[in-house]
Design a protein around this ligand. Structure first.
Ligand code: G4P
Length: 531
């Protein structure tokens, strides 16, 4: 197959949702369609039990499973679909944000009972930074959910995106009868079933067909009214606007019943983008360019504490990746080769000889990689758009075993390179402050420092409101700020100055007193669209 055909065969995407909306269930159904799994329930184990916050065995088990299911590749209608899993637990949100840098589009799952929730908003904001195309699946129509028009209004106003329904539900909850596909004018009648692969479809090119009344009874008139309103209110779906992340097609269904999923998948394969160009510090890198390039967006530690090697996940952005060929590590200015890279086709780890743009491969790493690293075929450049976001909770690492300070140092560095938490170094004394988005990571860190590095520490709460990366063209003002605010300034992994603002008010004061300094809540100030 030609190189160009290999690229055009691939669609790489992620499913995002607020926890419990149905992401895992939908993932499983998509894999069922792709033939990657044959039984329902296979993906279920890929979740940390929501209540098991302190259950370390559960965390370890999860880490093991999530390596295998981090990327799920399957073939569907001559396409190769790469589905990148994103952790559902909100404490791992940062991991999800980073995974979103490696996809070309997303499917957003909304719970029809709860509508837009907190994580839905945050995740969509991250997608908006890169204009990632979004398809929305409104789930759980078998429950007494909210009115579909209200849900659409809420999506538009809270997520700041235009929507266009491509299917329409006929009632909901106990009287849910099915969905009408507004695109191909077919009626899909609801039937509760967890494993079936195809829906019961009837074609109604004309909604005034009397047969519709026989099937739907009094709901037929309501459907006619709704469809008229939908067509009057919502603009036609324009693919360019979808590709620019400005309009999102919306589907209704019930993932657990495998209902409405196929319709969405069929539209997904039709309109979702093939591998897109990626922003770098030397301009956009086109997937069709023949020299290999890619970046690391996730690092997974080995579960066996006796083996320190890790697995780095690399998204290929251009060219062909080949096993055993030397590639250039831009940050380290060093050539590396990989003799056992693997892919994730059909959920097994397969050794690969070659891979193409859109693919994600696993590379064994002995400590060369940090999240965001770029690999190229000779050229020296760095991909952009893999930002760190301000953590929410901060703790200072205080060593409790002076004999093990080297181990602690190494452990903290390696865990933060993996992206478990963010590390900020504060002077004098090189104090280590780690920041996370949730409490769970602190437990993971303490446990792993002890278990894998033999180090022990206390994590002492530090009361900061936000980490703000500072930029300026006025160096003098920056130096003065750093000198006067020494107890609130720290340096991130790349030695960038960061203001650890004690409160929103202090941040506002800093902004007023130092007008030439800019404070940012993410480490990357130029978004991909500006480059
Ligand atoms: P998440 O990954 O987004 O966190 O959600 P997940 O798929 O685990 O779904 C959360 C709960 O919602 C699950 O129930 C799941 O069965 C249920 N669910 C998913 N889709 C639908 C749907 O279309 N209709 C209804 N009624 N429920 C749905 P659970 O009780 O947490 O787990 P389980 O015991 O059912 O496995």
């Amino acid at each position: 197959m030609k190189y160009k055909d290999e690229i055009e065969k691939r669609k790489t995407f992620g499913i995002i949702s607020h926890p419990d909306a149905g992401k895992t269930t939908l993932t499983e159904k998509l894999l069922l369609f792709g033939g990657a799994i044959t039984t329902a329930g296979a993906v279920k184990s890929n979740k940390i039990k929501k209540t098991a916050v302190s259950d370390f065995m559960e965390i370890e088990r999860q880490r093991g499973i999530s390596v295998a299911t981090s990327v799920m590749s399957f073939e569907y209608r001559d396409l190769l679909i790469n589905l990148l899993d994103t952790p559902g637990h909100k404490d791992f949100a940062e991991d999800t944000y980073r995974t979103l840098t490696a996809v070309d589009s997303v499917i957003l799952v909304i719970d029809s009972v709860n509508g837009v929730e907190e994580q839905t908003k945050r995740l969509t904001e991250v997608c908006r930074m890169r204009d990632t195309p979004i398809i929305i699946f409104i789930n759980k129509l078998d429950l007494e959910g909210r009115d579909p028009f209200d849900l659409l209004d809420e999506l538009e106003s809270h997520l700041n995106i235009k929507v266009r329904p491509l299917s329409w539900p006929i009632n909901r909850g106990k009287s849910f009868k099915g969905v009408y596909n507004l695109h191909n004018l077919q009626l899909n009648l609801f039937e509760a079933s967890k494993t079936k692969k195809s829906d019961q479809i009837l074609t109604f090119k004309d909604l005034n067909d009397k047969e519709l009344d026989t099937i739907l009874g009094s709901d037929a008139d309501q459907l006619r009214e709704d469809v008229e309103l939908v067509d009057g209110v919502y603009e036609e779906l324009n693919r360019e606007e979808y590709m620019a992340g400005k309009i999102a097609p919306v589907f209704f269904g019930s993932a657990v019943n495998n209902f409405g999923v196929q319709e969405m998948l069929d539209t997904f394969v039709e309109i979702a983008p093939t591998p897109l160009p990626r922003a770098s510090n030397v301009g956009r890198i086109d997937p069709y360019q023949d020299k290999f390039s890619g970046f690391i967006f996730k690092i997974h530690a080995n579960l066996d504490p006796n083996h320190r090697d890790r697995i780095a996940f690399l998204r290929i952005c251009s060219g062909k990746f080949e096993r055993n060929k030397f590639y250039h590590h831009s940050r380290l200015n060093k050539d590396l080769r990989f003799n056992n890279p693997y892919s994730f086709l059909a959920r097994d780890k397969n050794l690969i000889e070659e891979a193409f743009p859109g693919d994600v491969i696993g590379l064994y790493d002995t400590g060369n990689f940090k999240i965001g690293d770029t690999m190229t075929e000779g050229a020296t450049f760095e991909f952009q758009g893999i930002p760190s976001f301000s953590p929410e909770i901060f703790r200072e690492v205080v060593n409790t075993d002076p004999m093990k300070s080297k181990q602690l140092e190494k452990g903290v560095r390696q865990l933060t390179d993996e992206g478990v938490a963010q590390l900020f170094i504060q002077q004098p004394g090189s104090k280590k402050i780690i920041g996370t988005v949730g409490e769970l990571q602190f437990e993971v860190i303490k446990y792993r420092l002890n278990n894998e590095y033999g180090a022990s520490c206390n994590l002492v709460p530090r009361n900061f409101h936000k980490a703000c990366w500072i930029t300026t063209t006025n160096d003098k003002q920056l130096q003065e700020f750093v000198r006067l605010k020494a107890s609130e300034v720290a340096y991130d992994k790349d030695d960038n100055p960061v203001f650890l603002a004690p409160s929103a008010w202090m941040l506002q004061m800093a902004q007023e007193n130092y007008p030439d300094l800019k404070f940012h809540f993410t480490s990357e100030f130029k978004t991909a669209k500006e480059i």
